[in-house]
Design a protein around this ligand. Structure first.
Ligand code: HEC
Length: 151
């Protein structure tokens, strides 16, 4: 091998190791999951995950389900399973309560959400919901998350 080739190979390996190191640091410092799971097998409109439905819901979560089904499910899917191409599932570690607090739901509804975790475009603000409506929706989403081990 020519010495220039060897130098090039060593430099290449060093860049690779550096990138792995930086990536590991990034996920450590962020401290939360950004893993959407494998979306490559899904067709537009498919549910993103399969969701286990809780046997019963609290009265608050039942109210939340009604509002969720009327407004959010178009993009976030039946039982918050997500809709490929439209909106994410909440049954994902990205949305564990300590990262996406209840306030994050109110902020999302009020202001919309710029696309950042998913390749589905921006979420537009959702009009006509009171704070209580959103609290009910959060109670519903948390019940689904708990039943599916997202906590
Ligand atoms: C028109 C489609 C659409 C509708 C309707 C919609 N969403 Fe979204 N929502 C999205 C998309 C797309 C994202 C993902 C943005 C990203 O992270 O890439 C999102 C993200 C979110 C997030 C995560 C916010 C964050 O901080 O990352 C919350 C919470 C949320 N939506 C709540 C709701 C609720 C509650 C409703 C019903 C009142 C609703 N959405 C209705 C499309 C929608």
């Amino acid at each position: 091998m020519k010495s220039t080739t060897i130098i090039a190979l060593v430099a290449f390996a060093a860049i690779g190791v550096g990138a792995i190191y930086l990536n590991a640091r990034k996920s450590e410092t962020m401290g939360h999951s950004t893993d959407t799971g494998d979306l490559s097998r899904l067709k537009p409109g498919d549910p993103i995950v399969s969701v286990r439905v809780p046997a019963g819901l609290s009265p608050q979560a039942q109210l939340g389900k009604r509002a969720f089904d009327a407004i959010c499910a178009a993009c976030h899917g039946k039982n918050a399973a997500g809709v490929m191409g439209a909106g994410p599932t909440f049954i994902n570690r990205i949305y564990v309560p300590n990262h996406h607090s209840d306030y994050a739901f109110w902020a999302a509804v009020q202001n919309g959400v710029p696309s950042h975790h998913w390749p589905f475009g921006n979420m537009p603000p959702q009009k006509g919901l009171t704070k209580a409506d959103v609290e009910n929706i959060v109670a519903y989403v948390r019940a689904l998350q708990k039943e599916n081990g997202i906590k």
